[in-house]
Design a protein around this ligand. Sequence first.
Ligand code: TXA
Ligand code: MG
Length: 333
Amino acid sequence: MPKVLRIKQTLVLPPTDKTISAAARLIRRGGLVAFPTETVYGLGAAATERRAVTRIFVAKGRPADNPLIVHVANLDQVKEVTSSLPGCALELMRHFWPGPLSLVLPRSAALPREVSAGLPTVAVRMPAHPVALSLIRAAGVPIAAPSANRSGRPSPTELRHVLEDLAGRIEAVIDGGFCRMGVESTVLDLSGSRPVILRPGGITREQLEAALGTEIYEGRGEKASLSPAPGWQYRHYAPRAPLILITGPRARREAMIRALASAYRRRGLKIGVLRASPGPAGVRQMAKDLFPALRRFDAQNVDLILAEGISPQGLGNTVMNRLRQAAARIIRV
Ligand code: TXA
Ligand code: MG
């Protein structure tokens, strides 16, 4: 193996065939390896190994009742971890895999129950990232992987973020540069009588509806007491400084942000501002920059973050979901 860096005992691996084989061996032996996906970095362990899966919860400080997504590289692995596949699941896999869509399906009895936190279902996805796919293939087992952040922190979209949160707590991380999407996969529940979005993500409701030709409902995962996706009752994506989300028509929310920023600055507070550029490219950019921006504001020690809300359509819905989760307060103008 080429000379590799270690930070607090965690191996930092460049993405080569050799290092991916080494990382796969670590996974097979019950180790924890963080790896890039097209959404965010994942913290992987062999989904079939109870002890390895348990270690994920410890490393992240994740509550045991929040289930993990199992990452696969082929249909055989889907069959290994599930007990039945409805026709619409196969249809959606054809449309969106590899890609940012996690499907919640009845689980196989062989899977350690810790993976799905005791639920009768399991979330499965095939990531669209060559390093992730090579790693899963080389490991030869499905890989359980939540986002590679400490629980409650913004999800990691580059190597540095993974090391900030997990150096010394995991065996290795594979460097894949920046994640293309920057927000996590859509979690779609197919275990009930109709498909329900439990977490909006990289594949939009509009895309799913077009593929299935039916209306798709979205559970209220945000801050409601109703929490269809387990784990939603916990605070998520939270930067250290309080975040105020300002929603409403563009001109009014911009005026409100300007007014608040100058009022708080006059009081001597350091303010971070998160703005959206108009149009679909602006929304994609905001999705990609959201988590890095929250971490940047932490590093700059800002006292308060003002974030501009956007229209909750398409990927905008996903961005707004994450902003609402991160927000200490929402102002509608
Ligand atoms: O893009 C992603 O999905 C990233 C990358 C690494 O693949 N992973 C990720 O995992 O975001 P995590 O653990 O941060 O979020 C998983 C979400 C949680 O909201 C969890 O409650 C939900 O998926 N989930 C997992 N299994 C579930 C199940 N069986 N039923 C309902 N929700 C489930
Ligand atoms: Mg997460």
